[in-house]
Design a binder for this molecule. Structure first.
Ligand code: ARG
Length: 460
């Protein structure tokens, strides 16, 4: 007869269809280490409350330690008959302790237990995710350092706009990931509240000490409202948002890498270790890592929508719907831990085609703004300068010329403002260096930006 935590008032067993619907151990088993951690803290609080003798506590802790060892060694496994991780672990405890094993459940419900386990699991895994994000930032920053002076076409609307430092563009992505890290750190402050002691919903009549349990488990405080504590999944939804935002940032970087690696751009060459081939076309080298980063953002966003939809409309307090919180959370953690190292590897091993970037940086009359701003410095209204440079662009297009090959006569013919000295600003290096105010693409500013980002990473 399968062991259940709630057999007493039932005659006969549950229907197979119910069991199959209700069982969660196939996915919540990964909470086992956290459930055991919380169990040890709970055993100690029962002891302090006078509900477990010294000897009983020792045997309880010994059995929990042994159970943990057996779980790690794969000797103890959940069976299909265990409804969830809590049921499986109580079975393991009973196998080791007999009746004494049944004492641990006093003052505790799966409702406060599962909410505690999931918070412990997430706080732990968010630390790992942050480390992976830092590794990706580090990879982007190393390339940015290499390419602070590398001129590249800067784009808006995917059209050549103004030349930029390629390092500046890479650091733009680092800032996005830095905000993600900041969000995850801030998330932890709100996640650091411990539900244990809330029981099913109303707290416990036993003299437990939720604040002490909270401290022992590394939380900042115990939940101030037992009803909120067992039904609150804000921490899970907020984590899924933070992760979805990481996904969006990975997707945008992935999209750029796909473009950069294309024949039309040829800005980068991917390392063989981070590209894939085709089963039919022998010449192919495909950016699958970048595409999967882009593609998997879909499930990260979906997981957030899934949980928000589960939560909306739930009355207080615990409802079984809440069991649906785990798979989206686990899937998001797994997805990030798969994608982040692959993208970091792709970025750190890609070779940047500086010659191609430099050659195309001025394309599309990308220095037009520099020309207009030169006229402004000479006292001409920007409106007029904009107009004059626009005419020059059209003249060049009609005559199939670029700015850099124009003669003095040709310049003057289009507008009397275009005296020979305008040529001084018609070079890409000058254009980059001139954007030297805070936040601009001048290589010196890019290096400062990099230093400050590195300081932030070191502080983390
Ligand atoms: N597996 C359940 C969950 O994930 C554990 C809590 C079950 N509580 C209950 N009263 N049925 O939410």
């Amino acid at each position: 007869k399968p062991m259940r935590l709630w057999g007493g008032r039932f005659e006969g067993g549950p229907a197979d269809a119910l069991t199959r619907l209700s069982v969660s151990v196939q996915f919540d088993w990964r909470l086992a280490p956290y459930d055991l951690l919380a169990s040890r803290a709970h055993a100690r609080v029962l002891h302090r409350a006078g509900l477990l003798s010294e000897d009983e506590l020792d045997r309880m802790i010994g059995a929990l330690d042994d159970l943990e060892r057996a779980c790690k060694a794969g000797e103890f496994r959940p069976t299909v008959a265990d409804e969830d991780v809590h049921t499986a672990l109580e079975r393991g405890l009973l196998e080791r302790l007999g009746t004494l094993g049944g004492k641990l459940r006093a003052g505790r419900s799966r409702n406060d237990q599962v909410a505690t386990d999931l918070r412990l699991y997430l706080r732990d895994h968010v630390r790992t995710i942050v480390s992976r994000l830092v590794e990706l930032e580090t990879a982007l920053m190393a390339q940015a350092e290499e390419h602070a002076e590398t001129a590249a076409p800067g784009m808006t609307h995917l059209q050549h706009a103004q030349p930029v430092s390629f390092g500046h563009q890479l650091l733009a992505h680092v800032h996005a990931f830095a905000r993600d890290i900041d969000r995850l750190r801030d998330w932890d402050r709100r996640a650091a509240v411990c539900p244990l002691g809330s029981g099913a919903l109303a707290g416990s009549s036993l003299p437990l000490d939720p604040q002490a349990v909270a401290r022992e488990l590394g939380f900042d405080s115990a939940a101030p409202n037992s009803m909120d504590a067992v039904s609150d999944r804000d921490f899970a939804a907020e984590f899924l948002f933070c992760a979805a935002m990481v996904g969006v940032h990975l997707s945008r970087l992935g999209e750029e890498i796909v473009l950069w690696a294309s024949q039309e751009f040829r800005w980068i060459e991917m390392d063989d270790a981070y590209s894939t081939g085709s089963s039919i076309m022998p010449q192919k080298k495909n950016p699958d890592v970048a595409e999967l980063a882009r593609g998997k953002s879909g499930r990260l966003i979906g997981n957030l929508m899934s949980l928000l939809t589960t939560l909306k409309g739930l009355p207080q307090t615990y409802n079984r719907d809440l069991q649906e919180d785990k798979e989206p959370v686990f899937d998001t953690v797994d997805t990030l831990l798969l994608v982040l190292p692959a993208v970091a590897g792709l970025v750190s091993t890609m070779r940047v085609n500086t010659a191609k970037l430099a050659e195309s940086a001025p394309d599309g009359f990308a220095l037009a703004t520099d020309l207009a701003e030169l006229l402004v410095r000479k006292g001409i209204a920007f409106r007029e300068a904009h107009e004059a440079v626009g005419h020059l662009v059209v003249w060049c297009q009609v005559n199939d010329k670029t700015f850099d090959v124009l003669t003095d006569d040709e310049l003057i013919k289009v507008s009397p403002h275009f005296t020979p000295d305008v040529r001084d600003v018609l070079n890409v290096a000058g254009a980059l260096a001139s954007r030297k105010a805070h936040g601009g693409t001048a290589p010196d500013r890019v290096r400062e930006q990099l230093a400050s980002l590195r300081d932030d990473v070191d502080d983390q």
